[in-house]
Design a protein around this ligand. Structure first.
Ligand code: GDP
Length: 294
């Protein structure tokens, strides 16, 4: 993961290490390397510009210029800025206070939505909750079967109603959840390969009906800037609460996790780190900043 960006960053640090006295030019060169590596990692251009301005300002301060280990000082600045950009040290929690509480997952097809729904259900089950999964992805019948299979694996019931009308499924699922005393309801909604208006209308309709406390978009970290643009569109239409970024175990370049918060103003709340049902964890920005820096 993040291999390219790590290699590039280490080049920038090398230029600063082992130098007796560091000059403004050395730092500016290092900042330039960092800028190129971010752009190559598919980080949004505006994000890169902001980030670089801020790093430059701090790195040209006395602390780095006077430091005996300018490379270390520079890395420290980069790490802090990255953490800040990705949302601060403490991961943002899901906030569920109603009973039952509703979590609605949205996102494009293939992003890992159905898998993440099951992962979330398992997470809550382990906390002693009584989750219900709702299969409202009527656009892709296989997704309903997939959720039912996953639900069986983790011993969480899956409500799939008539498997045709998403809004009706959600409405009936609400009654069912209340009757069966479920305290968390996780709704898997329809995704498409690209955003389309019918899908958005359906999602808005479900959102307005159920008023979920958490509406989370599932985003594939391997998709780069396309994913960030799509995230912005989803957020503009649905006012998300945050993101679940998946496939962080793969060889993603880093662009999504570095850009998405700045571009949308919404936090990454959870990270998907594998295909297994337990591979979901709070998003620790400092850990990822550490990994990006190698
Ligand atoms: P959906 O179309 O959005 O519902 O996506 P799925 O849940 O069906 O996931 C698509 C593929 O991504 C499946 O093969 C999943 O096993 C895989 N997947 C989902 N999350 C992760 C993850 O965090 N890491 C990895 N490596 N694969 C994942």
């Amino acid at each position: 993961m993040f291999e390219n960006i790590q290699k590039k960053f280490s080049l920038a640090f090398k230029n600063l290490s082992g130098k007796g006295k560091i000059s403004e030019k050395n730092i500016k060169d290092a900042v330039k390397e960092v800028k190129l590596s971010l752009l190559e990692a598919d980080v949004n251009y505006k994000v890169v510009k902001n980030f670089i301005d801020s790093v430059k300002e701090k790195a040209l301060g006395e602390k780095v210029l006077e430091s005996l280990t300018p490379d270390q000082e520079f890395i420290r600045i980069l790490k802090n800025e990255l953490i800040e950009l990705m949302g601060g040290k403490e991961p943002e929690k899901l906030v569920i206070s109603r009973n039952p509480g509703y979590i609605m997952l949205v996102g494009l097809q293939g992003s890992g939505k159905t898998t993440s729904a099951a992962k979330l259900a398992k997470m809550y089950k382990e906390k002693g909750k009584k989750p219900l999964l709702v299969a409202a992805d009527t656009y892709r019948p296989a997704a309903i079967d997939q959720l039912i299979t996953l639900g069986t694996q983790i011993d969480v019931p899956v409500f799939s109603g008539d498997k045709v009308n998403a809004r009706k499924i959600v409405k009936e699922a609400k009654n069912y959840a209340e009757k069966m005393l479920h305290d968390i309801v996780i709704i898997d909604t329809a995704g498409r390969l690209h955003i389309d208006d019918d899908m958005m209308k359906e999602l808005e309709d479900i959102k307005n009906y159920i008023k979920p406390e958490e509406i989370l978009m599932v985003v594939d970290s391997m998709m780069g800037q396309d994913a960030v643009r799509t995230a912005k569109d989803f957020n503009d239409r649905l006012e998300l609460n945050g993101f679940i970024v998946t496939k962080l175990d793969g060889d993603s370049r880093g662009g999504v996790i570095i850009s998405i918060r700045h571009v949308t103003g919404k936090p990454i709340k959870l990270a998907g780190t594998g295909e297994k049902i337990v591979a979901l964890e709070p998003f620790y920005a400092d850990r990822y900043a550490g990994r990006i820096l190698g």
